[in-house]
Design a binder for this molecule. Structure first.
Ligand code: TRP
Ligand code: SF4
Length: 364
């Protein structure tokens, strides 16, 4: 069984196996039930869920629901982070969800970097400004820091302790530390507190995350049920998206600058990074013309599919053109460079404007 470590940086080899082992349902059958599905849903990039039916029902019946998720401030904001940002914005703009967005600065302080000012700076300049530039609006968006929330929230985080046992934590997380335990309790409070009276009471909540966060989701769903006497929590729903691959394979990670495309990268960075990018191409042009490439193993294709191509036909066409050897990697990379540079140039202009909006999200 592949262990899932929420604090590690391992890539996931076999998503199907994890889904089976941990009881995550496939997302694809639900896509047709959504009136305006995001392309990440249509393309199967959001591949799994728990209890998303509850969210579907809220959407259909036009009932209130919330989207809650969190970010651990670390390094540069890259294309992997953009996957989650695109979903947050979709829930806000297209589905009218109330947004709870947590900066996990206490988790980062305990597990990574002991400088809260620096963490705040990263959260704002790397994460928030990119979210705003990508389209996040202040309306119905509760952006908060774990280090600066409310009594009701801290009280809930403390009360979680009664609802879990040490053995249960060991079974889920393996070796424990005080920092890990506090992170787990705090994250349970993050996910559940939108349902406290102080935050509008019980409602369906969806938590979009990478699969590394599923241990927290599983535990929090159990905890929600165990609070039946104290609170009325509806077990939170979740969705899971694939990790992006790094430039040379593995996982795209902010701890390895050679693995990511940052949203602040320069055109020169793009030239260098795309040049080094792992493809599904063959050893020779002749062979690729004859046998075709392998888009399923190609980081170039992944970036087109996850971020750049607007409609489904374009994705299918590129896939087929690659498979049949109609397009070769040189041409494919040249086009990627252009599209990425164009996107980043636009985005970086929007980032400049976004700086004036920060005060609407962060109360001093
Ligand atoms: N642990 C998450 C991470 O490492 C961050 C996080 C904190 C979070 N609270 C959350 C994610 C609540 C989802 C929901 O990225
Ligand atoms: Fe990847 Fe494009 Fe080469 Fe196909 S042609 S393997 S999609 S770079």
């Amino acid at each position: 069984m592949q262990e899932i470590n929420p604090w590690g940086s391992e890539d996931v080899k076999d998503y199907d196996k994890i889904m089976k082992d941990f009881g995550i349902s496939p997302f694809t059958p639900l896509v047709k039930k959504i009136r305006n599905p995001h392309y990440l849903m249509k393309r199967g990039i959001i591949f799994g869920h728990r209890d998303f039916e509850r969210i579907l029902e809220a959407i259909e019946k036009k009932k209130e629901f919330a989207m809650m998720t969190g970010l651990m401030p670390s390094g540069k904001f890259h294309l992997g982070h953009k996957l989650l940002a695109d979903q947050i914005i979709y829930y806000q703009q297209e589905l009218g969800a109330k947004i709870f967005l947590c900066v996990a600065d206490i988790e980062a302080y305990n597990m990574r970097l002991d400088d809260l000012d620096k963490l705040k700076d990263i959260a704002i300049n790397e994460y928030l400004i990119n979210y705003i530039a990508l389209g996040l609006k202040p309306k119905s968006c509760d952006f908060y820091f774990q280090s600066n929330r409310s009594i009701a929230y801290y009280k809930l985080a403390d009360m979680v302790a009664r609802k879990v046992t040490f053995n249960e934590l060991k079974d889920i997380y393996g070796e424990l530390s005080p920092g890990k335990i506090i992170s787990v309790m705090t994250q349970a409070a993050d996910i559940l507190h939108p349902q406290l009276e102080e935050y509008g009471g019980s409602k369906p909540v969806v938590v979009p995350v990478g699969i590394d966060q599923d241990p927290h989701i599983r535990l929090t769903r159990d905890i929600a049920a165990r609070f039946e006497k104290e609170f009325k929590f509806i077990p939170p729903s979740s969705t899971y998206h694939f990790f992006m691959h790094g430039i040379k394979g593995g996982k795209m990670s902010s701890s390895d600058p050679n693995s990511y495309i940052a949203l602040t990268d320069t055109p020169e960075d793009i030239d260098r990074k795309v040049k080094n990018m792992l493809t599904g191409g063959k050893e020779s042009v002749e062979l690729q013309r004859k046998e075709g490439g392998d888009p399923d193993k190609c980081v170039v294709f992944e970036i087109y599919k996850f971020h750049l191509l607007k409609n489904e036909e374009d994705v299918k066409k590129l896939y087929n053109d690659c498979k049949t050897g109609k397009i070769l990697c040189g041409e494919c990379k040249a086009r990627l460079k252009n599209m990425l540079k164009e996107f980043l140039e636009e985005h970086q202009k929007k980032r400049e404007k976004a700086k004036d909006m920060v005060h609407k999200f962060v109360k001093e």
